[in-house]
Ligand binder design. Sequence first.
Ligand SMILES: [Zn+2]
Length: 468
Amino acid sequence: MPKNQYFSNIRKGIAHRIGSLSIANSLLAELEQSSYTGIKAYDLHDWEKGKKSKTSFLDIVTNDYNQKIAGWIELLNQEKDAFELQPATKINISPKLNINAAVIKEWKQEEPTIEINIGLILAVEDLLGKCLCTKSFFTQRTPTGELSIANPFFLIGPDHADRFLNYGSIVALGDAHAQLLTAGIPIAPWRLFQFDLIAELSAQWAMLHEQAHWMLGHIDYLAAQRGDTSDFSLNENGENTPLDDATATKYFEMGADALASSLLFHLNWDTERQENKRFRDYRNKLQQAYGNIGSESIIYLNDHAAILRTILLSIGLVVLLMENKRLYLNSPRSSYPLPVTRLLGIFLTVGEAYGDMINFSEDNTYDTEKIRPVIISYIEVIVDLQLIVSLLKINNPIFKPFIWERNKEEEDQFTDDLFSILANGASDPGIVQTEAAKEFIYLRSLDPAFMPRLKNYLHLGKSWLDNY
Ligand SMILES: [Zn+2]
């Protein structure tokens, strides 16, 4: 394709990050000619320029996501009847730079407002950009031959603190560490298409998680406990955690994760009701940029297992990022579930939704051949999440390194426990080894205790409760 069209499909918010598109284009052309296989650093001049211009970088990203949010709400409203949902419709992007999201209910208002901090969106994009600069991240696992278009080729941003200063834990570290999360962004178009897709899914899940706190009655329940005349806010940092009861907080997080993950899955799945627009767009962009895709390492996302993988990765990225933030804010033993506990719940929820959708077999037993691609997808997601964990760990040498279990090295057993839970359900603590899996099974066992307390405050149909 003509060189000047490499970036024709890239949304404004991403293009702005890259800076001069003509420079990026010429770098790409150079890459093609010389089959350059390394990584090249380049200054991201536009950040400095953007600060002086009328439209700031934050405004561009905010406008970008406001458009996306309008689309998400439209999609939710279309599915209202099918899923018996009563979603909140007021969603704000707050200019706050720390990594957080919240659902806020003023006592006079019927409906809450969902607030997503711009810092959460930027942190997702920054971490994702960095991940996508790593060759092995979110690719097919069996690349063959030389793959020039698959090589990440990225721009390094300036070591400037303004943008990153309040990104969660980095706030205390000062300017010297301000570049911790954002080191670069890939400029190979296929990587940018992935960037766009995953970043949006991640942010959408964050929004759905807040929606879930509302729809599952958490907010109204807590407000009722405190008396009707107080405004109420539930946020994801565990600051001002409204409950003394850590078990309830953990239980609510697991419930919100499950509903949000189930919704994200259903809203992005091919069904008779709706075409899978987002993934189709991704494939169209790839095709326009590359013609017939020749690279074995590019995920075309044209099968269900690959879509499953994308959804799980997008959710996992947010969970790990929030945990990273929380680790700094709170004592490691916070009132939040362990990150791996949350991941187990998410993997199980999405796996169950997938199982229901493809109808493995008539007698409800799994066909090994049909389930194999799913298992491979799960393992690929775990490998990708490990990279995210290691990036967060490597880049945070000052404080406690991020580890799966907060205080132990147990990641090896995670896969064992995940598949035990997927295969045997979540009822028997005897089948698992890790602290996280035991916590997960314990929290799942609390449904009979909590569901009756919440049922008067639900903003969704009773049939959803069958899933929890
Ligand atoms: Zn939450």
